[in-house]
Design a binder for this molecule. Structure first.
Ligand code: NDP
Ligand code: MG
Length: 385
């Protein structure tokens, strides 16, 4: 394939877990994909290495306090951008075709909106930004006619199952959840779990925040809201099932009772590759599911007593307006405080519930109102416990 036919990729969150899976895909498919811009928070050493390996000329650091010491680590041909504006500059590079958004948390919203306004296709791994500003992201993507490719594995599975099918054929979608690392831990022991234990996932290797979200199932809560925006479905048509093996990434049930599923091993490289090459397909980076070996697939309903964050997400989705933004901000603060040993594991859902009760509801909030609610919720969440 001639170099000019390669797709130019910007990767926001290049130094993280999704970032490193994306780099694997980029190494394997250099004939089709070309990395032109990268961003991280503060890890400039790793970001500089990525720029050198891939010959990237534009890098951004979200944390502008490290900028002065960072510059000397980058090759002279790299233009280093910084702060929130720097992320937007890299996300809107003239040469970029697609932006993979894999920064963690609500930070991803503004650069994603900027990339959409600049006409870039988006591969969306970051779910928090959709929970915060889903209405605005969907409106902008439709108005600009850009692709919003779901990279979160469940949503990527649903996207693949629905492709080419009229929405009128769809009855409901069923998100699979591993149940996290405490799926079988007695409820009475959950109050004592430590950040170390909560950041070790049995199936997936992920960043610390999403691994804790997986244990509380706030991750699935965020994903319900993410699915609502991506597929235009009301909460009644969004179901969750526990599937400990993480091989079936989600299911779609049609009105005639047929159920379709997407299966692949528990690695994000499959969904990332699907999005970056879309609509083309190519050999996967990792070995695929082997039906020559014993394969067991189990499914069971989630126990809402064990996973109160799931029920709270349904509530936030039904309330609508600013409630999902409150859910997300409260969870981000609570997880951060749990990881810093300032909060117990079981207090995470309590902080979310307290904030959902304490922050004023609002229908159809503007972007500025959402950011204000996000900030207000964070202050309230920090004052809990
Ligand atoms: P990690 O914590 O591993 O990585 C986070 C990335 O975001 C790092 O590159 C980090 O840079 C960067 N970052 C943090 N703060 C900023 C900032 N202010 N400006 C710019 N970049 C910043 O997270 P994951 O890769 O696990 O998750 C990323 C996103 O993808 C999350 O939204 C998560 O929910 C979603 N996701 C993750 C999955 C997974 O398997 N990991 C699966 C599905 C979705 P630095 O290294 O400098 O801190
Ligand atoms: Mg997921």
């Amino acid at each position: 394939m001639p170099a000019s036919d390669r797709r130019n990729v910007v990767l926001l969150g290049a130094t993280g877990s999704i970032g490193s899976s994306t780099l694997q895909v980029l190494r394997q498919h250099q004939d089709r994909l070309n990395l032109v811009g990268v961003a991280a928070g503060s890890n400039y050493q790793a970001l500089a290495q990525i720029c050198t390996e891939f010959g990237v000329r534009h890098a951004a650091l979200g944390d502008d306090s490290v900028y002065p010491e960072a510059q000397a680590h980058f090759d002279s041909q790299v233009e280093l951008h910084c702060g929130a504006a720097g992320l937007e500059e890299v996300a809107t590079l003239a040469e970029a075709d697609i932006v993979l958004v894999a920064v963690v948390g609500a930070t991803g919203l503004r650069p994603t909106l900027a990339a959409i306004e600049a006409g870039k296709d988006i591969a969306l791994a970051n779910k928090e930004l959709l929970v915060l500003g889903g209405a605005h992201v969907i409106e902008a993507a439709e108005r600009k006619g850009v692709r919003l490719l779901p990279t979160d594995s469940e949503h990527n599975a649903i996207f693949q199952c629905l492709e080419g099918r009229p929405m009128a054929h769809l009855d409901q979608v069923i998100l699979t959840a591993s149940g996290g690392q405490f799926r079988d831990t007695p409820l009475a022991e959950l109050s004592r779990v430590t950040p170390d234990e909560a950041t070790r996932h049995p199936n997936w290797s992920m960043g610390p925040k999403i691994t804790v979200d997986s244990a509380t199932m706030a991750n699935k809560g965020l994903e319900l809201i993410e699915a609502h925006w991506l597929f235009g479905l009301e909460p009644e048509r969004l179901k969750v099932v526990i599937h400990p093996q993480s091989i079936v990434h989600s299911l779609v049930q049609l009105i005639d009772g047929s159920i379709l599923a997407q299966l692949s091993p528990p690695s994000m490289t499959f969904a990332i590759q699907h999005c970056l090459l879309y609509p083309h397909r190519a050999a996967s980076v990792l070995p695929t599911t082997d039906f020559g070996e014993m394969l067991q697939l189990d499914f069971s309903p989630p126990d809402l007593q064990r996973y109160p964050c799931l029920e709270l997400a349904y509530q936030a989705l039904k309330t609508g307006g600013a409630a999902p933004a409150v859910y997300n901000a409260a969870n981000e603060v609570a997880v951060d405080r749990f990881l810093n040993k300032k909060l117990g594991f079981l207090e995470i859902p309590q902080v979310i519930e307290h904030c959902l009760e304490g922050v004023a509801a609002m229908t159809s909030p503007t972007l500025d109102q959402l950011f204000a609610i996000d900030a207000e919720t964070r202050t309230l969440a920090r004052s809990c416990y």
